[in-house]
Design a protein around this ligand. Structure first.
Ligand code: AHR
Length: 781
């Protein structure tokens, strides 16, 4: 076996690592309510509405209960609310005496999780309309209602809304518990903002976070946290008072009970109880720089754009946020922060405006906000967007705009197959001086060890690239019973949580990020063969919901001039798919005219309106494609590799209904050039074969050298690490001995996770055998 020698020149610093690796919190898959936010009750303020989700109503997650002879009538109304912000409240009318009647909250997942001996803070706003009795009973009980784990008597006042509280101590552990509010005597009680928190929230904060989840995030030691989301930040009505408004941070601060409920763009309700103040506080608690994302007054999904004469509101969204985070307590927004309990500035230095936007509407609006922020707050490091793809028109525009507006970072997003991450592990080497890259969302599709390993190779590339600024994996949190997005870093239910293999890779990078990249070189590497992808196979055209006319379709061999003239046809009715030919050539052009005859308008285009030309197709799981009329009016080059998708560039090209555009797709070995109307696209497919070894070296403030090694091959590697200075110990953290397809689960949460070993080192060298399919972080002290 050849020996690979990694020579580390720890005295030669190449760059500072800054805040390179962080986390990205998005409230999707119930990451906030029913997730990180510690509130145990669902629909606590009776504000759930069909606007959030067609299945929701004001009593979602509440059930009525009548025991013995007790009878109940309950309804939700909004005539005389506690606050107009949250107008709905429950009227609970106990009609007869008996064993108790009232309502129960079912919580999330299987129910409310309570632990034996733990205390829970109950609170509610209530008003006695009529009674009989002035007090009611609050109970933690089992699913049948037959077993009571804790109970307390709470009074209501007939003189208006008051906030009532009590503490409940659970006598048993149960993950299906219910919170019941019942009365044995007749009374009419109005209830709003009914809340139950464990006393032990993370860091014991009021209105705090779920302990285990927050701790898992803290354990990562992220250098920054991007929040409150990606699409979440820019989908919705532009009027912040609308029930389906875009996420607007001003709606999320101040007393939790006064924050208005809003539709979450992932089709559920968000209480906004976990709001911007709580995000900033959490960042401070875990030592992460806050990195908020705000909209530029443009919703690219539904093409809602603030008028150019309405942009002041969106400029203020940015300027006021800076004041809220950093301003003196005597400023308007600084005083809101101070009243919430934080006199000191949060020291926010990053601000992202936009997320994956597509279209000129965004770039015009970004520029206005950018110059206003730069003028008033030159200290703020702004981040713009390079669209949703790994290349293409919006990507190029994002970068060009960042250069000419002197924007500090450009936000790129890659959700790709693992093969893409391996093929692109050196992608950031080529990034020039100027704005730095912010990889604000990335993940390889699926949650097996193979995926995390491909990310490790890619992250080593990011660590070493001078043009790389910040990076965070996405999405972070997934409540398994409310999943919106398939691959996530942490999966949880109401009482359990586990990290995927990617969680452990992220943790290893962040825990041992170091402060400076140092020079390192490698000898003894074998030149592994890296076969280039072969782009021949069959071709097919496909559409799902639209009707399409294809004209003069021709496939030509560009070496010999031989041509297959297929002619004109329609994809319509039941004939939405057509196999065209099986091509063995590796130098060919497919040309045709395309016209969408029916299906979607430019405002309503979704993925299902798209037209697809599959090519280089070996089977359903391995093909490339050119997509027209796709999501967000995009034209794109992409593919499926071993059943998982990758994008090769997204281009903004609006094709009007009834318009015929000329399209051509040329394949030259592993290079593709396509043209749709005026829009030109280029892509070179790289080899997905891994390097023999991926490595990087950094050092930290103490002078420790940290070497990261990723072996994506099936052979063990014999490695020798040589440093400039003598070392005493080596702390090795390594994930090895796992098959590429292994994954973690609730049952085996740490099946793929690192093992730690402490070795003594004599002199300046350490010999290490790196097992097949492994990732190691070696700290030399
Ligand atoms: O992370 C999930 C989603 O992916 C984000 O909301 C969006 O930015 C991207 O499309």
């Amino acid at each position: 076996m050849n020996e690979i020698i990694i020579s580390v020149q720890e005295e030669n610093v190449i760059k500072k690592q800054g805040d390179l690796f962080g986390i990205f919190f998005e409230d999707l898959s119930h990451a906030a309510d029913g997730g990180l936010y510690g509130e145990l009750l669902r629909n606590r303020a009776f504000e759930f509405d069909h606007i959030d989700n067609p299945q929701y109503h004001a009593m979602t997650a509440w059930e009525e209960t009548e025991r013995g002879n007790s009878m109940l009538q309950a309804h939700v109304e909004c005539w005389d609310p506690r606050t107009r912000q949250n107008p709905h409240y429950l009227v609970m009318e106990v009609l007869t005496s008996g064993e108790g009647a009232g309502v129960r909250n079912v919580g999330y997942n299987t129910g409310i999780y309570i632990e034996e001996g733990e205390k829970y803070d109950f609170s509610c706003w209530c008003r006695l309309r009529r009674g009989g009795s002035e007090s009611f009973e609050v109970r933690l009980e089992d699913v049948s209602g037959g077993k009571c784990y804790a109970s307390a008597a709470v009074s209501a006042s007939p003189d208006g809304w008051t906030c009532q509280t009590c503490t409940l101590q659970a006598s048993e552990t149960d993950d299906c518990a219910r919170l019941a509010i019942v009365s044995k005597e007749p009374m009419t009680l109005e209830l709003d903002m009914v809340s139950l928190f464990p006393q032990k929230t993370w860091n014991m904060r009021k209105n705090g976070l779920r302990r285990d989840l927050a701790q898992m995030l803290a354990d990562l030691k992220p250098r920054f946290m991007r929040f409150p989301g990606g699409c979440l930040a820019h989908i919705g009505s532009l009027n912040k008072n609308d029930r389906n408004a875009m996420y607007r941070w001003k709606n999320t601060v101040g007393p939790a009970e006064d924050r208005p409920a809003r539709k979450n763009s992932w089709n559920y309700n968000q209480t906004l109880g976990l709001g911007f103040y709580e995000f900033f506080l959490f960042c401070e608690d875990i030592g992460a720089e806050p990195l908020p994302v705000i909209s530029a007054g443009y919703d690219p999904h539904y093409l809602r754009a603030a008028g150019m004469d309405e942009m002041q509101e969106w400029i203020d969204e940015a300027l006021d946020l800076i004041e809220f985070a950093n301003g003196d307590p005597d400023t308007k927004w600084g005083s809101v922060r101070a009243q919430m309990g934080h006199q000191k500035s949060f020291g926010m230095k990053y601000l992202a405006v936009g997320n994956e936007e597509v279209g000129a509407e965004f770039f015009e609006r970004y520029e206005i906000i950018c110059s206003a922020v730069k003028e008033k707050h030159p200290e703020i490091l702004l981040i713009n967007s390079a669209g949703p793809g790994s290349g293409g028109s919006e990507f190029t525009k994002g970068w060009e705009q960042a250069r000419h507006t002197d924007t500090a970072f450009v936000d790129e997003h890659f959700y790709q197959c693992p093969e893409w991450f391996v093929a692109n592990a050196h992608r950031y080497e080529g990034y020039e001086q100027g704005p730095k890259a912010f990889l604000g969302e990335y993940a390889s599709h699926d949650a097996a060890w193979q995926n995390a390993l491909s990310e490790a190779a890619f992250m080593i590339g990011m660590e070493k690239a001078p043009g790389m600024g910040l990076a965070c994996y996405a999405p972070l949190l997934n409540n398994v019973d409310y999943t919106n997005w398939k691959t996530n870093m942490i999966n949880f239910d109401n009482h359990r949580a586990y990290g995927t293999p990617s969680y452990y890779v992220q943790k290893m990078f962040m825990n041992d990020m170091g402060t400076e990249l140092v020079e390192s070189s490698c000898s003894g590497l074998q030149e592994l063969e890296k076969p280039l992808p072969v782009l021949h196979g069959s071709c097919r055209m496909w559409t799902e919901q639209s009707d399409v006319a294809i004209e003069d379709l021709m496939i030509r061999n560009d070496d010999t001039g031989e041509a297959l003239c297929i002619g004109s046809f329609a994809l319509t009715g039941l004939e939405k798919e057509k196999m065209l030919a099986d091509i063995g050539w590796d130098n060919y052009t497919i040309s045709f005219g395309y016209c969408r005859k029916a299906g979607g308008t430019s405002k309503t285009l979704t993925g299902s309106m798209s037209f697809r030309l599959d090519f280089a197709m070996r089977d359903e799981d391995n093909r490339l494609n050119l997509v027209l009329d796709g999501w967000q009016r995009l034209v794109s080059l992409g593919g499926v590799v071993n059943g998982r998708t990758c994008d090769m560039g997204l281009y903004h090209a609006v094709i009007d209904m009834g318009e015929t555009v000329y399209c051509s797709l040329q394949v030259r070995r592993n290079h593709i050039s396509a043209q749709v109307g005026e829009q030109k696209m280029e892509h070179t497919c790289l080899s997905p074969a891994p390097d023999e070894l991926y490595y990087s070296a950094v050092r930290d403030e103490e002078g420790d050298v940290i070497v990261k090694l990723a072996n994506l091959t099936e052979e063990e590697k014999k490695v020798r690490i040589a440093t400039q200075k003598e070392r005493r110990n080596a702390l090795v953290r390594e994930i090895s001995g796992c098959s590429p397809e292994w994954r973690n689960s609730f049952e085996e949460p740490k099946k793929v996770s690192p093992k730690t070993e402490l070795l003594s080192v004599e002199g300046k060298e350490l010999a290490w055998r790196l097992p097949p399919y492994s990732f190691a972080v070696i700290r030399l002290c």
